[in-house]
Design a protein around this ligand. Structure first.
Ligand code: C2E
Ligand code: MG
Ligand code: MG
Length: 758
């Protein structure tokens, strides 16, 4: 039986299928394409009849016909990927032509997905098993088995296996892409570019034009409207103009509704015209990918997207982490102000811009005693205070003034000096700050550095300005009464000298070199007795020069070295006292100066206690001299500290009395034994007016509170006489003796015993 078959390559016996209806996976009608290769026309016809109106796995069949291995090859070359099954005659031009074609299909054309059913005329003829295995041949049939049922059954099995193989390899391709695109995406750091990359990759995965958007929710929002808390982080196609705007601004309400549904359900949605992927992120951070799709996605693509979504979710978190890292690199996480790095970058940029006028400057400020506030009220209150300071500073100056937190309690501002006035800055700290139920008054010190161009007309760099401002601030800190300082060139020289001095001082302490303690007598002008001595530190530096304590004690205080120095002096004084007592001087009292900083240091009382114990010095022969400024700061705390010292048996003297502006009522709350009249008042004593002078007032006050008084800096007999007339009997000054080294003092003491000069 021979049925003429038209010799065109394509014979569609499915009328309703147009020629463009390729099996492309989407769009158009889906068909299975089957290629029949046989040199016998009859076989073609019989197959066509057998398969008439047949449909396999819900799709119709499209048959292609080839009458030789050569013809089959060219069809396969052109349309190979679309062909699901080849029904292949084994014996054609040559006895092996069919098997040769199998080798071409698998090895040369690399068509590994299509299924092959071998057919042969001779019932007994079957290919070697190894051929079936090596060439991945699906089935073997004799041409007699061309009945409808048998053929459809064989094709169904082959097509099912084809579909599975294709799904797997499509997935594999997709996974390849995901891996590749994910690694490409992870290179992107900014959220917007990452988001756009995600859209592009998804579109490529689905072979679509990228058209969509990605919204992010930065944190758990308390806004009731879900969409108003979403921002468009990245977009492609017509949505591009919406980047960085709230999703709620989008005119297309249906898109907003779809996205909201996705957010609420926390699940990806596949609608007819859109694919919405839900990418969950860390705490409250989620992203939604909205992609316009023309038709619903097929299951393979969906599965791909699910895998992709998980992958991208990870990448998305990485971007979030990176942005956080970025934030930490440039911002202070506590106050959210720019940090030092950011400040320098911004101000450098400004200084490099052509518009800079020279009346700009930097103000560096530092909160006085902030660490004590932190210790007393706790870290959390300290943090809250710093945030309050940041807020107030931010509010106090206009936008153009840049503000940053450098470290700890130090803030910096940059702006026009007309705005950045010292008074304006100090005013910010007029009112107390409130944090966690505490109202805390904060005092600042500030250093100013103006932008001044150098001899070549070059503007300074921000780091130079910061350094200069720090020098000015350091200068301000040297004097407790000074609240701000502006940088000047000679200040830099002084600062350098201070640094050099500090290094030498450090070495002097470490190697016990050049530091000694001198002792200055205090005498009773009435009883002609030696009442005690004041221990005064002396320092001879490496070049043999004497450095005044007036110069190095403030520096030691500023740098904290005073703790070590003070403890050393106290030890020396105790040991010396013990030696004098052993020599029979048992009524002698040694007075030791204590600086404010030392006094406030934790463990100060312990240090005193243990030194007394170690040296064997009796506490009641020790006097500690504290200055008025110490006494006036935080009176209650000071009072407690003084009581602790007094409970050891130690005496307390108030040094340089009359210099500060003590409130007398506060003074009366402190357990003070003795007041030292500052030498400037002694120097100003007026013989004609002694009764109305300040010394007179001090003496009256002391008398009323049961404190004794010693006058400092007594240089002349006239002064001594006047003081005595006013009722002051204890004197200290050059008239009686200068501060002396211990051995010198012993000689002085010998003379004194022989002939007291009082
Ligand atoms: P201060 O405690 O008021 O000590 C008295 C200062 O007056 C001493 O200066 C002393 O030499 C000086 N002086 C005594 N009599 C006369 C006099 O008749 N005429 C004049 N013109 N001056 C007289 P010095 O030794 O230079 O000490 C200066 C300051 O340095 C001290 O003032 C004290 O505040 C501080 N200081 C000295 N030694 C120490 C120490 O070991 N620790 C601490 N924290 N401060 C110390
Ligand atoms: Mg003193
Ligand atoms: Mg004094």
């Amino acid at each position: 039986m021979s049925i003429p078959v038209p010799r065109d390559d394509l014979i569609d016996f499915l009328d309703d299928l147009d020629e463009d209806g390729r099996d492309d996976g989407r769009g158009g009608q889906l068909v299975w394409t089957v290629l029949i290769v046989d040199d016998d026309d009859e076989v073609h016809h019989a197959t066509m009849f057998a398969l008439q109106n047949a449909s396999v796995l819900d799709r119709p069949l499209r048959l292609l016909h080839a009458r030789s291995a050569g013809e089959a090859r060219s069809i396969l070359e052109a349309q190979g990927p679309e062909i699901a099954v080849v029904l292949l005659d084994v014996v054609m031009e040559t006895p092996e032509a069919g098997l040769d074609l199998v080798a071409v299909i698998r090895r040369e054309l690399h068509l590994t997905e299509l299924r092959i059913i071998l057919r042969t005329g001779q019932p007994g003829y079957a290919p070697e098993l190894s051929v079936v295995r090596d060439y991945d041949i699906n089935d073997y049939k004799t041409k007699a088995e061309l009945t409808h049922v048998r053929l459809v059954t064989a094709l169904t099995a082959a097509i099912r296996s084809f579909e599975q193989i294709r799904t797997i390899s499509a997935s594999r391709r997709g996974l390849d892409m995901i891996v590749k695109s994910a690694s490409e995406l992870f290179g992107r750091r900014a959220l917007a570019s990452f988001a756009e990359g995600v859209l592009t990759q998804i579109a490529a995965l689905l072979k679509l034009e990228p058209e969509g958007l990605i919204c992010v929710r930065n944190s758990v929002s308390f806004v009731r409207d879900i969409d108003s808390s979403l921002t468009i982080a990245g977009a492609a196609g017509r949505f591009r103009a919406h980047v960085d705007r709230p999703l709620s601004d989008l005119a297309e309400r249906d898109i907003i509704t779809t996205i909201s549904r996705c957010v609420e359900s926390r699940q990806s949605l596949y609608d007819d015209h859109a694919t919405v992927l839900y990418l969950s992120g860390e705490a409250g951070r989620a992203a939604i990918v909205y992609l316009a799709t023309e038709s619903p996605l097929d299951p393979v693509d969906r599965r791909l997207l699910e895998v992709f979504a998980v992958n991208i979710g990870v990448g998305f978190e990485n971007v979030g982490l990176f942005e956080r890292l970025n934030f930490f690199a440039y911002f202070d996480p506590l106050t959210r102000l720019p940090n030092r790095v950011r400040f320098i970058e911004e101000v450098d940029q400004f200084l490099n811009s052509p518009v800079v006028a020279s009346d700009y400057g930097v103000a560096l400020l530092d909160i006085a005693g902030f660490s004590e506030v932190n210790n007393a009220l706790g870290q959390r209150t300290g943090d809250a205070l710093l945030m309050a300071v940041a807020r107030r500073l931010k509010g106090a100056f206009p936008e153009g003034v840049r503000l940053a937190r450098l470290v700890g309690d130090s803030f910096v501002l940059f702006g026009p000096l007309t705005i950045l006035q010292p008074q304006a800055l100090l005013k910010v700290f007029d009112a107390p700050f409130h944090a966690r139920g505490h109202g805390v008054p904060l005092r600042i010190r500030a250093g100013f550095a103006p932008v001044i161009s150098n001899a070549e007309g070059m503007l300074p760099r921000t780091s130079d300005l910061l350094r200069d401002a720090a020098v000015a601030l350091g200068q301000a800190k040297l004097d407790p009464a000074v609240r701000y300082c502006a940088y000047s060139a000679q200040m830099a020289g002084q600062a350098r000298k201070r640094v050099a001095m500090l290094n030498e001082l450090r070495a002097a302490i470490d190697f016990q070199r050049g530091l000694t303690v001198h002792y200055q007598p205090q005498v009773d002008a009435v009883s002609h007795e030696l009442r005690g001595v004041e221990a005064l530190i002396r320092w001879r530096n490496e070049r043999g020069e004497m450095v005044s304590p007036q110069d190095f004690i403030p520096l030691a205080e500023y740098t904290g070295l005073i703790g070590e120095i003070g403890a050393w002096v106290f030890r020396q004084a105790c040991n010396q006292l013990v030696r004098w007592r052993q020599a029979g001087e048992d009524s002698l009292i040694v007075a030791v100066n204590v600086s404010a900083l030392q006094f406030r240091q934790e463990g100060f009382v312990d240090m005193i206690r243990s030194t007394l114990a170690a040296s064997g010095a009796p506490a009641d022969r020790i006097e500690l001299e504290i200055t008025e400024s110490v006494a006036m700061e935080e009176v209650d705390k000071v009072a407690a500290q003084l009581r602790a010292l007094k409970s050891l048996g130690i005496r307390i003297a108030l040094d340089d009395f009359g210099c500060g502006f003590s409130s007398l009522s506060s003074l009366s709350r402190l357990p003070i034994d003795r007041v030292k009249v500052d030498r400037c008042f002694v120097a100003e004593l007026d013989p004609d007016n002694a009764g109305s002078g300040i010394v007179h007032t001090i003496l009256k006050l002391a008398e009323g509170s049961g404190m004794s008084v010693v006058a400092e800096g007594v240089e002349t007999i006239e002064q001594a006489d006047l003081l005595q007339q006013l009722g002051c009997r204890e004197m200290q000054g050059f008239l009686y003796g200068r501060p002396m080294a211990a051995d010198e003092f012993d000689i002085w003491l010998g003379h004194f015993h022989e002939e007291p000069m009082v």
